[in-house]
Structures are given as C-alpha cells and as structure tokens.
Ligand binder design. Structure first.
Ligand code: F3S
Length: 407
C-alpha cells in the first residue's frame, strides 16, 4: 500500500509502539482488501466494549494497546457495555463477568475513548456530516451513518475499529468509494401509511432479500420519526448484511432513482406490500403461544422520544409479576428521562430503564426466558440464537398491552 509520510512514521514506530501495532493491523487489512492507500477518518466507533462479545482475547487486545501507550487520535466512541455498569447485580451478572467488564472500562479510559456505551453514537455528540469518512463498527450505526447521514464507513470489526481510532486512518476500499455505494436492488414499497413496526418489518424483509447488496427503496414517504430509519436499518443489517440503503428523496446520495443506481439498471426488484409485510411479520415471530416472560425494547438504544412514548403507555398501569419489562438506552437519555419524570412513571409501573448495555450483549440468557416480546426487528432476528428464547415481534403498544395487568 502507498502510505503518506505520516502513516509511514506510524508504521515505523516513531509515534509509539501502540500506534505502530495499530498501523500494522490496518496495513494487513488494507492489503487483504486490495486498498491502494489509507483514508483519514473523522471518528471511530468500537465494539471492543462488551465482555460477552470480546471475551478474554478482546480484553487482552485492549490492555496490550494500553501497555504500548496507545491513545485515540480521533474521537472514538464505545458501543454498549456487557452489563448495566451501575446496577449489574440486579441483572444477575456474575461477579467474574463484571470484573472483566470493568477491566474493559478501565482500558477504554486509558486509551482516551469516549465512554458513551451506545450503539447510537450519532445521537451522543458525534454527528457525522455528508461525505465524512468514518471507521465505525456496530452494524446499526454503520447503516444509519451511510444511509441517513451520507457519511462513508465500512462495517468495521473489533480490533480494526480501535486501530483506526488510534491512527485516525482506515484502508480506502469498499463503501469509502463512490462506485461501491450505488444501489443494485430495487425495493418498491406499496404501503401508503407505514407504522413504526412496519419500518422494522421492511428492514427485516430487505435484509433477507438483498443480503449484502445495496437496496434502493422507492414509494416510501419521508417519515418525521427518524427513529423509524434507525429501527429499519438495524433490522436490515441483522437479517442480511446491509451496510447502506438508499431511500429516494431521503438518503443524501439518492435525490433521484438514477442517482441512487449510479445510472445503472437494477439487478432485481422486489415489492413490499401488505402481503409481504404480513408474511414477514409471521416469520419474525418464533413463539407458538402468546405467554411471555419478558418485554425487552430499545434495540437500537431508545431515544428520549421513544422513552416518552413508552412512559405514556405505561402511565397508571402495572407490569404483571411474572413479566420483566426492560428498556435499553444510554446514560444521557436515562438522565433526561429522570429530569422529565418519565423514569419515575416507568419505574412505578414495574418496568426499568437500564442504560449502557442491551439485551443481546449482556448475559440475558441467564434469566432463561422462554418467550420474549420486542418491538425491534434486529432483536427479533437474534433472540433465538443469542438469548436462546422464542420471540414475539410487535409494536410497542402491543408490547405494553401484553405485559400489563388486565382490568
Ligand atoms: Fe444496539 Fe444492542 Fe441492538 S448494541 S443495535 S441495542 S443489539
């Protein structure tokens, strides 16, 4: 690969051993993908944040970088941690697991990472602009940054993300290049009025149909709930490997269908009408009956608007004794919910806000829930394998209805 003088300095170890190791990793990756050079990145987002995901090997990588004196050179945020960092004991997290998670917290601090512990770093002080190059891991954040913000990032993985944060570089290939961002599959949405759960279902449908290709979506009116794009993208990134979608008229690079396809013809097209919506909704539910043990929402992390909605739905109601109702978000939102009184309403109902983590990357499986209900297309996809539970997907209104005492 062709390196600039500054990048060569890093590779030669002139900026420290940690930076040298990070650059060595990136050069290997770049060579593997045929990148001719590096590109400076505005920010990085790392998934080296949860013990459940990275285990001892990941902790070792982080601590190795600390020992070698590495520091992030561009804003580098952390994905959710592997547990609620304050109330972990209430969530049955084993002591040994917590100890490892705190090792991760300590190492990220030493590396100068921004401890936002969220999969929505774009809501937490790190808002990229159109055309910015990023090195983000976390598929739901990647797809949001590419598709809604018009920034450019590949789906980075653990270790590459931190190496990019340290060097401020990533190999220049994949979605950093304009010609790799054009769409190839047409999705024609034929539903006039899309609800929030319809967006999640659409994302799930798209991921299943297009895999890792880039869909161009027509017929989808602009929504004023940006959370709908957050949920849709997360579902598409989970059920497929979608890292970028174009909604014509919404995605900054898709002002017209022609622009979205780079003037090429679509390889295939799919229709999403009431029929496909209903079939997909059924596919997303694996549970046979309707008895639930838990409602887990906030994947991706809930915004304050979503918390407000769930607080309004729960006001004056009580969650059934044998049902857990947990809402995942990040610390700033929990603080706002407290100031606004939503947290108190939620807690009075028996539900709980649990920040800094989520249902999938904390050891939720230790609760042995048989059936979980969720409003998240992404979590509906992963629940059977990651939490070993059957799943029911539905709207937040239906989730609340199923969890509260009747009468
Ligand atoms: Fe975020 Fe966890 Fe879902 S990291 S996207 S809440 S699986």
């Amino acid at each position: 690969m062709e390196l600039t003088c500054e990048e060569q300095r890093m590779l030669d170890g002139k900026d420290g051993k940690g930076c040298k190791l990070a650059m060595e990793i990136l050069v290997e990756v770049g060579q593997a993908f045929g990148a001719e050079r590096m590109i400076p990145v505005k920010s990085a987002h790392t998934v080296l944040s949860t013990y459940k995901g990275i285990l001892d090997a990941g902790v070792e990588v982080l601590e190795r970088f600390v020992t070698l004196g590495a520091r992030a050179s561009v804003p580098t945020t952390t994905d959710p941690a592997g547990m609620d960092l304050e109330r972990w004991k209430e969530f049955k997290v084993p002591e040994n697991y917590a100890k490892k998670q705190f090792q991760i917290v300590k190492a990220t601090r030493a590396l100068g990472l921004i401890p936002c512990w969220t999969c929505t770093p774009y809501l937490c002080g790190l808002l990229p602009q159109k055309g910015d190059h990023l090195a983000w891991a976390e598929s739901s954040a990647v797809i949001f940054a590419n598709s809604i913000l018009g920034a450019r990032t590949n789906r980075e993985t653990a270790v590459i993300d931190i190496a990019a944060g340290i060097t401020g570089r990533t190999p220049y290939y994949g979605l950093h290049l304009t010609e790799n961002r054009w769409g190839n599959i047409l999705i024609d949405v034929q539903i006039e009025k899309m609800s929030t759960d319809d967006y999640n279902i659409l994302g799930y449908f798209i991921g299943k149909r297009v895999g890792t290709k880039t869909p161009v979506i027509i017929g989808l009116k602009k929504t004023d709930r940006f959370e709908d794009y957050k949920g849709m993208g997360a579902a598409a990134a989970a059920s497929g490997g979608v890292a970028l979608y174009h909604i014509v008229g919404v995605t900054p690079e898709a002002r017209t269908v022609e622009e979205a396809f780079g003037n090429n013809k679509p390889e295939r097209s799919f229709t999403f009408s009431d029929k496909e919506r209903d079939i997909t909704r059924n596919e997303m539910c694996t549970a046979k009956g309707d008895e639930i043990n838990a409602v887990l929402v906030g994947c991706p992390h809930y915004t304050i608007t979503e918390i407000k909605k769930v607080a309004e739905l729960l006001e004056g109601k009580k969650i059934r004794k044998n049902v857990r109702f947990w809402i995942y978000t990040y610390k700033n939102v929990e603080l706002l919910a407290d100031r606004l009184g939503y947290k108190q309403i939620i807690e009075k109902s028996g539900a709980a806000i649990t920040p800094d983590t989520c249902m999938m990357i904390s050891p939720t499986e230790l609760w042995h829930f048989k059936t979980i209900m969720t409003d998240s297309g992404k979590f509906a996809y992963y629940a059977p394998t990651q939490v070993q539970a059957e799943v029911i997907f539905d709207s937040i209104e239906k989730c609340v209805h199923a969890a509260v005492k009747k009468g």
